[in-house]
Design a protein around this ligand. Structure first.
Ligand code: FPP
Ligand code: MG
Length: 350
């Protein structure tokens, strides 16, 4: 049986002459903080709505379902979705239904994390115990199901079949992504495509489809494809940075154990790039770092490669594509906010 992920036993990423990545160098001086971007939208409405929607007369269900929302998540998804709503509405205000999409996006995200933490046997998230750790797996399954049920109820209340279709693709994709992650051996050429495809399904589909849905519900629905592309490219960049931070950040910054991906058998971008310089790494990737010492050797290969820097460069290219997708949006502080989100993604260290 796999070891539960409490904290990685691996030594941390080492800076050498081969890997020149430095988080602070990636921060442009003019950049707005994520908190400043959140002030452009009514993110408090989202907090309140989630707390009210999850209310149940069963205290145990209440506590379990609301537990991760209390853990101080960044609300990255609803903030981005509300910025998109304000950028595409001619009034530059998010409507009630668009705010509901922002709420639903966070609810789907958190429900999927509850289930993911069972699959990954994770003990810590958002600097607190996971639901499966604080209660048990059964409570975490049912808590996640409850959050999804409440999100579905909200979606139905919007009363737009096309929006329901768009957001139901997110749940389908989250499950497909998780199943894809179970796949084992493949050739080196297949590995990168598989990784980007999985990244879209697990992370970017939610942002892509939520941005599309709020644009469909705006008075500029013809921009929905561009909104989808923005969310897709931003989401892939977000996950690339997450995978990089798993090597270079700390447990307390991330609020969850870092160094976890190798221990879970996952080869993310830093490792796949390292394998281009050190082909011996491919055998370890294909056996999912299962043999004793595999994770440590893989980390050494990453240390002795440009894997981290190349991952950041790839994230930068996806952010550039996200910004290009906004070309047809009319100029506004909310459009600038969406550009600001790409800077935040590239420079975040938590
Ligand atoms: C985090 O991945 C997990 C996800 C982004 C999605 C997981 C999806 C499911 C478990 C399918 C069930 C979906 C629903 C809607 C109930 P990670 O383990 O790579 O990231 P982590 O380090 O944050 O855990
Ligand atoms: Mg996980």
């Amino acid at each position: 049986m796999r070891r539960a992920i409490h904290s990685s036993t691996l030594p941390r990423y080492q800076h050498t002459q081969h890997n020149v990545y430095n988080i602070s160098e990636a921060v442009p001086h003019t950049q707005r903080t994520f908190r400043e971007l959140q002030e452009l939208v009514d993110i408090r409405d989202v907090h309140q709505d989630i707390a009210q929607s999850l209310y149940s007369d069963n205290m145990n269900l209440n506590n379990a379902a609301y537990h991760l929302f209390q853990g101080g998540g960044k609300f990255f998804r609803p903030t981005t979705v509300l910025l998109m709503a304000c950028a595409c509405n001619t009034s530059h205000h998010a409507s009630h239904n668009q705010t509901q999409i922002a709420v639903i996006s966070e609810m789907i995200h958190v429900a999927s994390l509850m289930h993911d933490d069972i699959i990954d046997e994770a003990c810590q998230r958002r600097n607190a115990a996971t639901v499966n750790n604080k209660w048990n797996d059964k409570v975490a399954v049912l808590g996640g199901d409850y959050v999804i049920a409440k999100a579905t109820e909200k979606l139905a209340k919007i009363g737009c079949t096309e929006t329901i279709t768009i957001l139901s693709r997110v749940i389908r994709d989250l499950i497909r992504g998780e199943i894809l992650q179970l796949k084992n051996s493949m050739t080196h050429e297949e590995l990168f495509d598989h990784y980007i495809n999985k990244t879209f399904l697990k992370t970017a589909s939610l942002l892509a489809h939520s941005c599309q849905a709020v644009t469909l519900l705006s008075d500029t629905p013809h921009l929905q494809h561009q909104a989808y592309e923005y969310g897709k490219n931003l989401g892939i960049a977000f996950q690339l940075v997450d995978d990089m931070l798993d090597f270079v950040s700390t447990d307390s910054s991330m609020g969850k154990p870092t160094g976890a991906d190798l221990e879970l058998g996952l080869a993310t971008a830093p490792v796949l790039y390292a394998a281009q310089e050190h082909p011996e790494l491919n055998a370890l990737i294909n056996r999912r770092f299962k043999q004793p010492g595999d994770s440590l050797r893989a980390l050494e290969f990453v240390n002795d490669s440009a894997g981290i820097e190349k991952t950041r460069e790839l994230a930068q290219r996806y952010c550039d594509k996200a910004v290009e997708s906004l070309d047809e949006f009319s100029g506004s502080q909310w459009k600038e906010g969406l550009v600001g989100v790409t800077d935040v993604v590239l420079s975040r260290d938590s």
